[in-house]
Design a protein around this ligand. Structure first.
Ligand code: ADP
Length: 429
């Protein structure tokens, strides 16, 4: 599913950004080409102005003058005196003659009326036209007409727009290549970044799936016991046996309920919807309360539970007392579970200017270095814990979520001489 979303997102990002880039390139090209065309036509008009004023000063149009004006082939000239083509026109190739034919036709069709009504003795007109009849104009043309005593002299000058068209085509090709390059870069960029954006979501989804799988697995065991006890109790001939099965159903039901509570708590932590109600808490009092609560259970297991508190007053810390109590209960419950008879569990509190530390140290079975990073994972249990009922592998994970919600830390280390020490670090401010 994520692969599909990744591909779609990458396509979408590349598509949108490339489209914007393409539109912007087109706009730029349009403006730039319009500027180029206008500058080129203005330059042609300026040349023609000079040429026409030069022509006005000529009483006789000589071949030398015309050749000079052709400017090494930059311009093509066609002269018509009283409607009769000049001999000079014969120098043109058949293609050039055809070109002039088209240009004259275009001129007569478009500007002839304006020429007739002109009030000037000499006037000229510049325009662009297409020699092939297509939409793409390919020549500049200037027709200058002078009324003389001998009649009307018309000179047509043509200039190919090829250099301008080459410049435009080169610019378009350059932009196309740049856009292509940008498209490839954008595609790679989108692919990489959408992957990065989706990675945490994918990991989260994976974690959720794992969580659901583990939760279902954990729920299946008590459920199977409940179902088999229910059918056994239905078949049980004696009242005493039936009560025994019903008690089993009740205890498994309670186990399921505890597991569901833990899972709901973690789900709320994931969706950041659990509430931490902070208030100033005297942690030494809270630790003493917890100690007193767990003392009977420790005594029952023949484990020595000790508490060490600083002699001076411990400054109050802003935290949620119920949640911190829950963390201490998880740690103490674990310590009692993994410490053998005649063992010892020590509760202590340390503080400095910035932090307050709560320590639960036991001299039990200890945690290997390989296991230490894994014990805070959901549903992680050591092999030994796996065999014991009531251990779902969620306790430390819940404790860690609570402490992180307080912006604190929870660490595990070895107790000198054997066993494990859990340290909860809370910030004083
Ligand atoms: P569980 O319900 O199995 O105790 P936890 O998340 O509280 O789940 O603990 C995860 C695992 O960490 C346990 O299965 C156990 O292997 C290990 N563990 C936790 N506390 C202790 C401890 N005090 N001593 C030794 N092992 C511990």
């Amino acid at each position: 599913m994520f692969r599909k979303v990744h591909v779609r997102l990458a396509f979408l990002c590349t598509g949108i950004t490339s489209f914007i880039l393409f539109v912007m390139s087109c706009c730029y090209l349009y403006i730039s080409e319009a500027g180029l065309k206008s500058r080129s036509f203005t330059s042609f008009q300026n040349d023609m102005n000079t040429l026409v004023s030069n022509l006005e000063q000529q009483t006789i149009i000589t071949h030398e003058w015309l050749t000079r004006i052709e400017d090494n082939g930059k311009y093509l000239i066609n002269v018509v005196d009283n409607g009769v083509p000049f001999l000079y026109n014969e120098r043109n190739t058949p293609e050039q003659k055809q070109l002039f034919e088209a240009a004259w036709k275009f001129y007569e069709h478009t500007f002839a009326v304006e020429s007739v009504i002109s009030a000037y003795d000499t006037w000229h007109m510049e325009y662009t036209f297409s020699s092939t009849g297509s939409k793409q104009e390919d020549h500049y043309a200037c027709v200058t007409t002078s009324r003389r005593s001998t009649g009307t002299l018309q000179v047509m000058i043509l200039c190919s727009m090829e250099p301008l068209l080459i410049q435009i085509r080169t610019q378009r090709l350059l932009f196309f290549l740049l856009d292509l390059l940008a498209f490839v870069a954008l595609a790679l960029f989108s692919w990489y970044f959408t992957r990065r954006i989706l990675k945490p979501l994918e990991e989260n989804q994976k974690r959720q799936n794992q969580f659901i799988a583990s939760a279902s697995h954990e729920l299946r065991t008590p459920l199977a016991v409940i179902l088999s006890c229910a059918s056994a109790s239905a078949r049980a001939p004696k009242e005493k046996e039936r009560i025994h099965f019903l008690e089993s159903i009740q205890s498994e039901g309670l186990r399921m309920s505890r597991l569901i509570d833990d899972m709901l708590l973690l789900t709320r932590a994931d969706s950041l919807s659990w509430t931490i109600q902070k208030e100033p808490v005297e942690l030494d009092t809270l630790l003493l309360d917890t100690f007193e609560t767990f003392e009977p259970a420790a005594a029952e297991q023949s484990i020595r539970l000790l508490i060490e508190l600083p002699e001076d007053t411990v400054p109050a810390v802003r935290c949620d007392p119920q949640r911190i109590r829950q963390v201490l209960a998880i740690l103490l419950h674990n310590a009692l579970s993994y410490t053998p008879e005649n063992g010892q569990i020590r509760l202590s509190l340390l503080y400095d200017e910035k932090t307050v530390k709560l320590l639960v140290a036991d001299n039990g079975i200890g945690i290997s270095d390989e296991e230490k990073p894994r014990i805070f994972e959901r549903f992680y249990r050591s092999d030994q814990a796996r065999s014991e009922k009531g251990h779902f592998g969620l306790g430390l994970c819940i404790a860690s979520e609570i402490i992180h919600a307080h912006q604190g830390r929870i660490l595990v280390s070895d107790t000198p001489g054997g066993g494990s020490t859990f340290t909860v670090i809370l910030h004083r401010s």
